[in-house]
Design a binder for this molecule. Structure first.
Ligand SMILES: Cc1cc2nc3c(=O)[nH]c(=O)nc-3n(C[C@H](O)[C@H](O)[C@H](O)COP(=O)(O)OP(=O)(O)OC[C@H]3O[C@@H](n4cnc5c(N)ncnc54)[C@H](O)[C@@H]3O)c2cc1C
Length: 284
């Protein structure tokens, strides 16, 4: 199928894009890498009358250290994250996660901001942003607002972004020397969306993990933090017994939702498998 007819505009500045978005109302749609949107247009799941291409807007580009945070512009592609020295040093979880997103051709076009704004619960970046306690920087008619990743993902493909707002960038606290991380996803083939995945970070002191953040993806309507399992592990010597209790707690606290090929029970099982592997790797 082909998409319905639409107008196409390519603003050079953020303010211009915001004005176009306001003028277009419900009929306007932003396009970044197009790796999700174009498919929905071609299938006529979405029929905007105007597409606002934001890829020329300099304010949305680049990766930089700003104070004690790593700022990642919304237009930064998955490949740029994968190849970035700054990301490797200051947010190594993202470098580990990037190769799991589709294939290189899609990673060359798809963007950090597009993935976060789309809010796919099976996607890697929403889960990583939650685990890394990212702050979303959003611009709209009233100016700038900031919101934590925790409050950003609301429901299936639903974020706190309003139709007249643009996600400009995110800020992620810089990793320190004690930070350990684990990223893994169980997928049928490399590049497929995960059946279940885990993005985890913690601070490691000897055999103890603190400041734990364990976010599972592709198991519910949004990425889900296993907060009770985190509390159980936090500050404890990580024995086999503690690991077993954390695994049971994570399986218990997360309400897994089945997808078309995998049952909720299978996902619950995989949540435990991933957490056990993750804890053992982070403490090793
Ligand atoms: C075959 C295939 C396999 C894929 N596999 C994976 C995978 O394994 N994991 C994964 O995470 N993704 C996967 N993707 C999706 C891919 O990562 C997309 O790039 C990503 O989801 C969206 O980014 P985009 O820049 O292409 O956004 P677009 O498609 O351009 O936009 C997506 C949505 O976000 C909105 N939007 C975009 N940018 C902004 C912004 N700055 N502010 C506000 N709203 C904005 C758009 O209006 C649109 O509604 C796959 C895609 C394909 C085609």
């Amino acid at each position: 199928m082909k998409s319905a007819v639409f107008d196409y505009v390519k603003p050079k500045a953020l303010q211009e894009a915001l004005s176009l978005l306001e003028q277009g109302g419900d009929d306007a749609r932003l396009i970044a890498g197009g790796q999700t949107l174009l498919a929905t247009l071609n299938m006529r799941l979405s029929e905007p009358s105007v597409l606002i291409d934001i890829t020329d807007i300099a304010e949305l580009k680049g990766i930089a250290v700003v104070g004690d945070s790593l700022r990642i512009g919304a237009l930064v592609t998955h490949t740029e994250i994968e190849d970035s020295e700054l990301v490797a040093i200051h947010a190594p979880l993202l470098k580990a996660a990037a190769p799991h997103i589709a294939h290189r051709a899609i990673r060359n076009l798809g963007t950090w901001g597009g993935s976060l704004a789309y809010g796919d619960p099976a996607a890697e970046w929403p889960a990583c942003s939650l685990t890394l306690r990212a702050t979303m920087i959003i611009h709209g008619p009233a100016g700038e607002r900031r919101i934590s990743a925790q409050d950003f993902f609301i429901d299936l493909y639903t974020t706190s972004l309003e139709p007249d707002e643009i996600l400009v960038a995110t800020e992620i606290p810089l990793a320190n020397k004690q930070e350990v991380f684990y990223f893994h996803e169980l997928a049928r083939r490399h590049g497929d969306y995960a059946v279940a995945g885990l993005a985890a970070v913690a601070q490691k002191q000897g055999e103890v993990l603190t400041h734990c953040a364990f976010t599972f993806f592709s198991v519910g309507a949004t990425p889900v933090m296993a907060t009770k399992a985190q509390e159980l592990v936090d500050g404890q010597k990580l024995t086999e017994e503690v690991i077993a209790k954390a695994v049971a707690e994570a399986r218990n606290e997360i309400e897994a939702i089945a997808d078309i090929t995998n049952s909720a029970e299978a996902k619950k099982h995989l949540i435990g498998v991933l957490l056990e592997r993750g804890l053992k790797q982070m403490i090793a």
